[in-house]
Design a binder for this molecule. Structure first.
Ligand code: HEC
Length: 181
């Protein structure tokens, strides 16, 4: 770093923190702030928006779970598919903590209330996966019910009336607020 840059930072720091008594240009005292462009919580770069993740991932994985709770699969292959979808959903809980490329996504990710909802999504989805592995219809129904509550609770707190990228759900499901036409 060039000397003049450092002096600039020290000068800026003393303005911000109010410690004006210090002499600008004393490198030993300089606290170099992280670059403004640094990601606040993670260096992992998301590649899709939450709106896309919800429509093309969460919704696609959750729907077969609810359908199976109403009409349980009759083949091993059918049960395996439910387990796969449940694991996809559990993973999405983690992805939702990383952030997304949508206009509001990083703000949501960094809100205090966000992470518990994402963790709950993963936990309930893992319970659904286990229920599918055990061919346990009652446990699958319980997990499905908890999942609806999880979607609804997070949507009540965070979801805007209109999807930020204009991608609404393809389902006319009551639990998801229909976009205003
Ligand atoms: C951690 C919070 C959170 C959880 C849990 C969550 N969502 Fe979302 N969801 C959002 C947010 C925020 C948006 C708005 C995204 C945007 O518009 O950028 C959204 C948007 C959506 C959309 C697209 C918008 C629309 O109007 O149709 C669908 C579909 C959706 N969610 C389905 C689900 C389903 C199904 C579940 C449960 C299995 C779920 N979500 C759980 C936060 C969450």
């Amino acid at each position: 770093m060039k000397k003049w840059q450092l002096a600039g930072i020290v000068a800026a720091l003393s303005t911000v923190s109010g410690c004006g008594g210090k002499q600008a240009g004393t490198p030993a005292d300089a606290v170099v702030p992280p670059p403004a462009s640094a990601a606040p919580t993670s260096t992992i770069k998301p590649v899709v928006s939450f709106n896309k993740l919800m429509v093309m991932f969460v919704d696609q994985a959750a729907d077969p779970i609810w359908n199976a709770a109403l009409k349980p699969p009759r083949t091993d292959k059918g049960w395996e598919q439910i387990e796969y979808h449940a694991i996809q959903l559990a993973t999405t809980g983690t992805l939702l903590q990383v952030g997304g490329t949508g206009p509001m996504d990083m703000k949501w990710t960094n809100s205090p209330g966000w992470v518990p909802f994402t963790q709950q999504m993963s936990q309930v989805a893992l319970a659904a996966a286990e229920a599918a592995r055990n061919r346990n219809v009652q446990a699958l129904q319980d997990a499905g019910d908890q999942l609806v509550l999880n979607c609804e609770a997070c949507h009540r707190q965070f979801k805007p009336d209109l999807p930020t990228e204009g991608l609404p759900t393809h389902l006319s499901r009551g639990i998801i607020t229909a976009p205003v036409q």
